[in-house]
Ligand binder design. Structure first.
Ligand SMILES: [Fe+2]
Length: 399
């Protein structure tokens, strides 16, 4: 059980507040309730930064949920912000997710179990990212890198509700980023491929576009020289292939396009390796070396042994620090242990894990362990991919 958290619930409907109270009364957390955003802000101010998490309705008289969460993002950026939304608030929710005012959302009518699971998983992630050994290692890095100007520029345009065309024009001004967006869009969304950024952008939607831009910006911010089997290009290629496979599997399972908010989860799952490449190259080389001597250990176990933390947690930390969307952070944190992810995005993270596994074996990576059979009981992996896993695992003597 994690330590006690301070959670603030804001909803103008008293009946909703009452049911929230019933749901969380035995959670062990300290609970606060407000029936207006204004009162919510007063509670936040009185708590002087002590509130850990805010769950807010969107449509409220007076200050609405969007402006409320946006204000919290500005004044108390460390507070975890979550939307509890109704059916009619889709565009509001979209706006809050896209500019980072909220980390994630749960649509009404939510079940108590769903809500408690989501809150617990957010708290667990928060705790994992605040672990002492992780912070100590991050502290040795000194100043963490900022994302390139083009990303800030695009975020500012999104914040200002700028025209889609304007956003596309800014990306088009940067040939490297344009190439990356097209590459990802073509691998994940189009079979035939398009050379038009505008066409791709319209098709994939603003949220997916923003996440691809974020992915590209993160790779630019963490650029580092090649080292042993690692290079930033190889990691990017791997990420794009995995991302495409996740979309493909999702479409086969559900017979519909992957939702925009999770369409780019594959791009940043190995950001932690980039962090190691840039800031801990000696340790990364030691891990590579140890992999030959200890084939029985996983890469993550060796990283933990050499550096004291693995690339999953390192990557998730940095994505959280950059205020990236929750699904991207979750994907980075759980891509090697997808069954530990909360039910909400678990399917997507399992698909990413399978895509990562397949791509690694195909690239000739050593010491790959076979997939946990439990995975196939939780998610219906399409037959073609299942068979491919079995064949490749056999061919490569994975054990
Ligand atoms: Fe990984």
């Amino acid at each position: 059980m994690s330590e006690q958290k301070y959670i603030l619930f804001v909803d103008d409907e008293r009946s909703v507040l009452r049911s929230l109270k019933r749901a969380f009364i035995r959670s062990g957390h300290k609970l606060y309730f407000a029936d207006t955003a204004e009162l919510g802000l007063e509670i936040l101010a009185a708590g002087k930064g002590r509130i850990d998490m805010v769950l807010s309705d969107m449509r409220m008289p007076g200050m609405d949920g969007y402006d409320f969460l946006k204000k919290i993002k500005e004044d108390y950026p460390q507070v975890i912000r979550l939307i509890l939304s109704g059916f009619v608030e889709e565009s509001y929710v979209y706006k809050a997710l896209i500019d980072g005012s909220a980390k994630t959302y749960l649509a009404k009518p939510w079940s108590t179990k769903e809500l408690i699971d989501l809150v617990n998983s957010l708290i667990e992630i928060e705790d994992k990212l605040k672990a002492k050994n992780l912070l100590e290692i991050i502290n040795t890095v000194g100043e963490l890198p900022t994302l390139p100007d083009i990303y800030q520029k695009i975020m500012a345009l999104i914040d200002a509700d700028a025209d889609f065309d304007k956003i596309v024009a800014v990306i088009e001004n940067d040939p490297a980023m344009t190439a990356k967006v097209l590459q990802v869009a073509n691998s994940a969304f189009f079979k035939s491929g398009t050379a038009s950024l505008k066409r791709a952008a319209v098709f994939i939607g603003l949220m997916a576009l923003k996440d691809i831009v974020a992915g590209s910006a993160v790779f630019e911010a963490l650029a580092a020289p090649d080292l042993g089997p690692y290079s930033i290009e190889v990691i990017w290629e791997h990420a794009v292939v995995c991302n495409g496979l996740v979309s493909e599997m999702y479409e086969l399972i559900h017979d519909e396009k992957i939702p925009e908010d999770v369409a780019s989860v594959g791009l940043l799952h190995n950001v932690g390796i980039l962090v190691m490449l840039k800031y801990f190259p000696d340790e990364l080389l030691q891990v590579v070396d140890q992999q030959k001597k200890h084939p029985e250990l996983t890469q993550l176990q060796l990283e933990e042994e050499v550096l004291g933390v693995d690339h999953a947690r390192l990557g998730a930390y940095l994505l959280n620090w950059w205020n990236m969307p929750y699904p991207l952070i979750e994907a980075a944190l759980f891509h090697h242990d997808p069954l530990a992810a909360a039910p909400g995005n678990q399917e997507i993270i399992v698909l990413l894990h399978v895509a990562d596994h397949l791509t690694q074996i195909e690239a000739g990576a050593e010491n790959i362990k076979p997939l946990d059979p439990e995975i196939f009981t939780r998610v219906e992996i399409p037959g073609r991919f299942r068979e491919q896993c079995q064949i490749l695992e056999k061919e490569n003597d994975c054990e």
